[in-house]
Design a protein around this ligand. Structure first.
Ligand code: ADP
Ligand code: ZN
Length: 297
């Protein structure tokens, strides 16, 4: 089956056509400007591709409650023009195909579960550390949603003993995203994160914050694996620092075989940045199956 995939981001839209086996036939990128212009360009790209379904992994917050009047919309984003933008409705009307919809991070965790590090597992987390921080939650074999999708980038943390900067989140004085996203690193240290590779203190503090959040996620959700992606995680020296902080902060409390080998438990994304687009393909296929009486994938 030919399926469209859209990874909808705040700066760019990544589009692809592929199939349910994870083959990608063609792809393109379209900059995210104002909704009308961007959505028109996306519809134009997809409309002659002979797709039977489209899957969208979208920046949030988004409405994922099927019973809601605003299901399929981006909700309260501060991004100009995009609040209450009807993503599912727009593509359904324009393309006349099944449209699967979830958060960008849930699409990423699904991509890793189907094609990457999460294969064969039933509870997997995907944390992206980039412009923002978000967590995709695959729980007991399904993407997790509750009253909203998880907003685990905003878990509250203890400040590092040497913290000298202010959390940049407008809602919380001490949340993970406000303390550890790429722009927070840049503000605290006065240079883009990419340029700070040699400054050990930067990455020790970053690992201290990320590890606290991971310990909370582990204690609450007991995942079988945690996958870390996003621009900031390209600093590979973060991995051993995060693992050793997780080990220290856990204090040996949880007895699970997986926690004895953190090298295979806390791992980098494995699909060369394609986890979101591959997961979006799966979202499209799942929605098609749902609407055609098949089993939800
Ligand atoms: P987005 O979150 O916007 O989709 P990214 O995941 O690339 O995009 O995140 C962008 C953030 O990641 C920026 O704050 C940037 O400074 C940071 N970043 C990108 N590449 C690197 C790198 N190699 N090392 C450290 N930080 C990086
Ligand atoms: Zn916050």
């Amino acid at each position: 089956m030919r399926i469209g995939a859209l990874e909808a981001g705040g700066t760019k839209m990544v589009c692809a056509v592929g199939d349910e086996t994870g083959m990608i036939f063609e792809r393109t990128r379209i900059p995210t400007t104002m909704p009308e212009e961007t959505l028109n360009a996306l519809v134009e790209w997809f409309q002659d591709k002979e797709i039977e379904a489209l899957g969208i992994g979208c920046f949030g917050p988004v409405d994922l409650r099927r019973s809601s009047k605003t299901y399929g919309c981006i909700t309260t984003t501060p991004k100009p023009g995009w609040a209450w933008c009807d993503m599912v409705g727009t593509f359904r009307r324009a393309l006349g195909v099944s449209v699967g919809f979830d958060t960008d991070v849930n699409a990423s965790v699904l991509g890793e579960v189907r094609f990457g590090q999460g294969r064969g597992l039933s509870t997997v987390l995907y944390l992206t550390v980039g412009t923002g921080i978000g967590l995709g939650v695959y729980l007991n074999g399904a993407l997790h949603h509750g009253i909203v999708h998880p907003e685990a980038g905003h878990v509250l943390l203890s400040l590092h003993p040497e913290e000298h900067w202010t959390c940049r989140c407008p809602y919380h004085p001490n949340c993970l995203e406000g303390l550890a996203c790429g722009p927070a690193i840049e503000e605290r240290w006065g240079a883009r994160a990419e340029a700070l590779a040699q400054r050990r203190k930067v990455w020790e503090m970053e690992a201290y914050y990320i590890a606290q959040a991971l310990v909370d996620y582990i204690c609450i959700l007991a995942p079988e694996k945690i996958i870390l992606g996003g621009g900031v995680m390209r600093q590979r020296q973060l991995f051993p620092l995060i693992r050793s902080e997780v080990r220290r902060m856990m204090g040996g409390y949880l007895a699970a075989e997986e926690l004895n080998d953190l090298d295979t438990y806390i791992v980098p994304e494995s699909l060369n940045g394609d986890q979101g687009i591959l997961g979006s393909l799966c979202l499209g296929a799942a929605e098609w199956a749902r609407e055609h009486g098949g089993r939800e994938a």
